[in-house]
Structure formats: structure tokens, C-alpha cells
Design a protein around this ligand. Structure first.
Ligand SMILES: C[S@@+](CC[C@H](N)C(=O)[O-])C[C@H]1O[C@@H](n2cnc3c(N)ncnc32)[C@H](O)[C@@H]1O
Length: 181
């Protein structure tokens, strides 16, 4: 955890909902498992992304963050925020479905994903859709993380709990960590 507080000092001032315990869980899960290829669905302005980006640099991992920025054009803010500590990332400004094609038949199709963080729309339909699409690209034993696994977003809970291929291993505030079995 030697660099965690340093990352949190920057992350906490970025707009968003990602909290201290959740950031700490990301840090420990990535530092312990060193997942070679990490995908984040839902960058917004980088509050969670910066955690992955700094860890990707530290452990030489690939980190791809995806956001269609459909609600607002916040790309400049995202890029500025990600510059606040040196990290390593690729940003794909597109919908989750479109980004998936890079992993299915495109530039990233060569190997599976080791960790995915799903944080786009918090409805049952959206989470189910992202799981149906992306989970087959995850390696067995890979980590699948969901934000806002909480009563307020009961659709997230339902969509996660019904996945037979996922084993729940940790809940840090609203961040559910699961493993693909
Ligand atoms: C809750 S925010 C992400 C928050 C971010 N992970 C954080 O912790 O700061 C959700 C983001 O998902 C994006 N989004 C929604 N639907 C999407 C889709 N189908 N494909 C890609 N991005 C999407 C939105 O533009 C929004 O920026």
C-alpha cells in the first residue's frame, strides 16, 4: 500500500463517486494479482481511472478505459485529470459495444482480459448487457468488478447475483469484486 495514499490524494479531488474504500480495494486487487490486461467501462472524468492508470504504469500492465461521453463532453477534463500523476492508459471514446469489437476481432483480440471494471449505466439491463458481451472475453480466474452494487441500484445487484460464472469475493463499500470461475 506504499503508493496508495499518494494516488488517493489526487483521486479524491476528481469529480465522481468512487470512494476511499473502493480505491483501496482496486489498489490491493491490482497490486496482488497484477492483471496484465485491464478494461474499465465508464471513465467519466477519471476518478477511478487514475487508480488503474498509475498501477498500470507501476506494474507495466495494459489499461484501456472506455467511455462514449454521451451525456457531456468531458474528454478534456478526463485527460487533464489523468495527467495529475504519471500513469499508463489508452482511452477509447466509444460505446462499450463498439469497444468490444476491438477485443473480439480487432486490435486487442489476441488474448483475454484479466480484470474488467463495469461502471456505466446502473440498470439491470445495462449491467446484464455488458456481462453478456464482455464476460466471454475474460480469462478463467479473471477479476470482474462492479461499482454501485447497493440497494439504491438494485438492478446492479440482480444482474451480478444471477451470473453463475461469477463468484463474489469482496464488497468494499459499493464495489463488488468477483472472480470468473
Ligand atoms: C458512473 S460514470 C463512471 C464513473 C467513473 N468510473 C468514476 O468512478 O469516476 C458512468 C460513465 O459511463 C458512461 N457510459 C454510459 N453508457 C455507456 C456505454 N454504453 N458505453 C460507454 N460508456 C458509457 C457515461 O458517459 C459516464 O461517463
Amino acid at each position: 500500500m506504499k503508493n496508495f495514499e499518494k494516488i488517493w490524494e489526487v483521486s479524491k479531488d476528481i469529480r465522481g463517486w468512487f470512494d476511499y474504500q473502493e480505491a483501496k480495494q482496486i489498489y490491493s486487487v491490482v497490486a496482488q494479482n497484477k492483471p496484465k490486461r485491464i478494461v474499465e467501462l465508464g471513465s467519466y472524468v477519471g476518478r477511478s481511472s487514475i487508480n488503474f492508470s498509475v498501477l498500470a504504469k507501476e506494474f507495466d500492465l495494459d489499461f484501456i478505459t472506455v467511455d462514449d461521453l454521451s451525456s457531456k463532453n468531458t474528454k478534456d477534463e478526463l485527460i487533464e485529470n489523468l495527467k495529475k500523476i504519471e500513469g499508463k492508459y489508452t482511452f477509447l471514446q466509444m460505446k462499450s459495444d463498439e469497444a468490444f469489437q476491438f477485443f473480439n476481432i480487432g486490435a486487442y483480440a489476441d488474448r483475454p482480459i484479466d480484470l474488467i471494471f463495469i461502471d456505466t449505466v446502473h440498470t439491470y439491463e445495462s449491467v446484464k448487457h455488458d456481462c453478456d458481451l464482455w464476460l466471454p472475453k475474460m480469462r478463467q480466474g479473471g477479476l470482474v468488478l462492479f461499482h454501485d452494487y447497493c440497494e439504491k441500484y438494485h438492478g446492479v445487484i440482480k444482474a451480478v447475483d444471477e451470473r453463475k460464472e461469477l463468484e463474489k469475493v469482496n464488497l468494499a463499500y459499493t464495489l463488488m469484486t468477483t472472480v470468473k470461475i
